[in-house]
Design a protein around this ligand. Structure first.
Ligand code: HEM
Length: 238
């Protein structure tokens, strides 16, 4: 599989099969989510629910397994070899663009999981139609603390298991600690957001719009990165 992903891609650019597959899937998923968004705007809650739910799960599954195989644009982070443009262009345009893109990827992953949970928590079936419940939807600090504690305990358990089977490394500690900190930040931000939009329906609509904007910008920044790396300024590594 790793070998297959390294072959020349199908778009006829300097990209590998892996990069082309990723770009194609990014286009497919973005189109799918925009369709799901239009369905929500047309008050088709039921089809919107199915499309968003299956689309987000498929997207998470595809990109996680894909990144595990092809340690992504790590190439771009590892050194300048992958980029054939000038030094100034690399530092002033390419790296800021890639950094922004990766930040959006992290936000996009968190929002995918969060919106699915919020979708289920804020929905109601009224006369056979799936709608959003116009009601207060708030979680207490105690409950959030318990959920966070359980997730942190699972991560600590996983970390200890990895240390026992594969040995300790600072890298492992950083990754697991990073996850715990990220989840802590997400819960803290979520509690603040609950104060801004205590109403479940308004929260789903506001954060849904935010998520959709993130996905559209993600597609643009991803495509720009692809264009710079594989069309305009291809480097030594394809
Ligand atoms: C996972 C990503 C999701 C995103 C980005 C998202 C986004 C949105 C947005 C932007 C709206 C408001 C549209 C508008 O009025 O302008 C909306 C409405 C709605 N969403 Fe979601 N949603 C997601 C998942 C879900 C899920 C999983 C469910 C159900 C379990 C759900 C149920 C609904 C319902 C019932 C509506 C109301 C439709 C209506 O106005 O009749 N959504 N969503």
């Amino acid at each position: 599989m790793a070998e297959f992903l390294k072959q020349s891609g199908f778009f006829g650019t300097h990209a590998t099969m892996g990069a082309d597959l990723s770009q194609l899937m990014a286009a497919v998923f973005t189109t799918l989510f925009v369709i799901g968004w239009l369905q929500a705007r047309q008050r088709q809650g039921h089809v919107h629910h199915w499309l968003m739910l299956s689309g987000m799960i498929a997207m998470l599954a595809f990109f996680t397994s894909y990144y595990l195989f092809r340690s992504l644009g790590v190439l771009a982070f590892e050194g300048k070899e992958g980029f054939g443009g000038s030094e100034a262009l690399y530092h002033n345009v390419f790296i800021p663009l890639l950094t922004f893109h990766i930040m959006l990827v992290v936000i996009g992953i968190v929002m995918a999981v969060y919106m699915i949970v919020l979708g289920f928590r804020s929905q109601a079936i009224v006369e056979g139609k799936r709608v959003l419940r116009d009601a207060l939807l708030q979680t207490s600090w105690g409950k959030v603390g318990k959920i966070f504690g359980s997730i942190a305990a699972v991560l600590v358990g996983l970390f200890l298991w990895r240390v026992a089977t594969a040995g300790f490394s600072v890298r492992k500690l950083e990754v697991y600690l990073g996850f715990v900190i990220l989840i802590g930040i997400v819960f803290a931000v979520e509690m603040a957001i609950q104060r801004i939009w205590p109403n479940g329906e308004r929260r789903h609509r506001a954060l849904g719009l935010f998520t959709m904007i993130v996905y559209c910008v993600l597609f643009v920044t991803g495509s720009l990165t692809y264009t710079m790396l594989y069309i305009l300024y291809p480097g030594k590594i394809g």
